[in-house]
Design a protein around this ligand. Structure first.
Ligand code: GDP
Ligand code: MN
Length: 377
């Protein structure tokens, strides 16, 4: 789950990172009022979960409240990279002398978090990484030891930060690490971290990505989810406790178990088909869950066939079969379904489905071929 700039920066500020004073506005009137309260020039910033808002015209400096009204009015009409701008952040404008990049993410290959800094801040860091990777200084963090002060000094030296800012830079890096760990984040990023005209460090932009699997530990953060970035089907799936990811193919997949779901997609591809989705309905799925999952799969008009791949361990296959039939009673559909059931009470389950004239298969390979053929029909 991505956090908006405003919440990310607020979170950073809780860990001692200096951020500009600012408030969220949903209308030009509110923007004007906030600008008046802040006094002086402000920056009007679209709150959408994509990078490069500046280039897209979603960030503008206003010299007075009237201009803030104008900019807010314009920016609130924008759609940036497909996302509508619903809110703007009105921040005290910073007097920017230098822009630095500072970010922490997981380095999966190293199996450790990595902190990165670059003197080439403000712009797209992926571009810097691509064209001039030597300009990004990296330091792996031992998850048990945490970020060490010699590491933040190495970063400061590596980006040629003036000596008198090292202390503050160290505090910010440490705060960012604490925010990262404390939020179960997979990314915590300040881009740019600016050096102001008065020679102070200030986090002008902030971005956090939280690990969805750890969100239950942060019930206070769930309310900051922006549903604009999620696909409707994925929102529905989350509500039913299903792991669902929409893909581009035409064969819907309903599987119990993430590993089995991956295998199912691989086998479909092996025989020349394309899966329409990844879906793990979990163990011991009830008929309500099966019904919800089927509804989500069929809401995709690309789906030409559905493949059920169920391994009954604790789950009994006859109960799953009843769930499928129950679900199909309410869901009128012409889409062909192929079911592969193995495990506890598989024979009973298959019989139930055969009686209801559904296609069943004994092996996954067979089921995949049948589903591909059915989709082509
Ligand atoms: P992004 O384009 O979505 O990454 O949004 P940012 O918040 O990083 O802003 C993009 C650029 O706008 C920054 O790199 C700055 O150059 C500029 N900018 C942002 N805030 C201010 C500000 O307070 N004052 C000034 N002068 N420029 C700003
Ligand atoms: Mn930025």
């Amino acid at each position: 789950m991505k956090l908006h700039e405003y919440y990310s920066k607020r979170r950073f500020s809780e860990y001692g990172i200096p951020i500009p004073k600012g408030e969220i506005a949903e209308t030009p009137q509110e923007a004007q009022k906030i600008a008046k309260e802040l006094g002086g020039s402000v920056v009007v910033k679209s709150q959408v979960l994509v990078g490069g808002r500046g280039k897209a015209g979603g960030i503008k400096v206003a010299k007075d409240p009237k201009e803030a009204f104008q900019h807010a009015e314009d920016i609130l009409k924008l759609t940036i990279k497909g996302l509508p701008v619903r809110k703007v952040l009105i921040d005290e404008a910073a007097d920017i002398k230098d822009e630095i990049y500072l970010g922490i993410t997981n380095d999966r290959a190293a199996r450790k978090p990595v902190i990165m800094a670059s003197a080439e801040g403000g712009i797209d860091i992926e571009e810097v990484a691509h064209k001039t990777p030597e300009k990004i200084i990296k330091c792996h963090i031992d998850p048990l030891m945490g970020l060490q002060s010699y590491q933040s000094r190495d970063l400061a030296a590596g980006i040629d930060l003036p000596r008198d800012l090292w202390r503050d830079f160290g505090k910010i890096a440490h705060g960012l690490w604490q925010a990262y760990v404390g939020s179960d984040a997979t990314l915590a990023e300040i881009n740019p971290l600016v050096v102001t005209g008065e020679g102070q460090l200030l986090a002008v932009d902030g971005k956090m990505v939280l690990d969805d699997n750890a969100l239950f530990r942060h019930p206070d953060l769930e309310k900051y989810r922006d549903l604009d970035v999620d696909k409707e089907a994925e929102i529905q799936a989350r509500e039913h406790g299903l792991s669902f990811i929409k893909l581009g193919g035409d064969i819907g997949c309903m599987v119990n178990g993430a590993g089995l779901a991956m295998t199912t997609m691989d086998i479909i591809k092996l025989f020349g088909g394309e899966p329409a989705n990844f879906l793990d309905i979990g163990g011991g799925a009830s008929s309500e869950k099966v019904a919800a999952a089927l509804e989500i799969i069929l809401s995709d008009s690309n789906v030409k066939a559905v493949l059920f791949n169920i391994f009954g361990g604790i789950t009994r296959c006859d109960l799953v079969a009843m769930g499928i039939l129950e679900a199909l009673k309410d869901l009128k559909t012409e889409v062909p379904m192929v079911v592969r059931l193995v495990g506890t009470n598989a024979a009973e389950g298959r019989q139930l489905l055969k009686d209801a004239s559904m296609e069943t298969a004994d092996t996954l390979a067979e089921a995949a071929k049948m589903a591909i053929a059915a989709a082509k029909r």
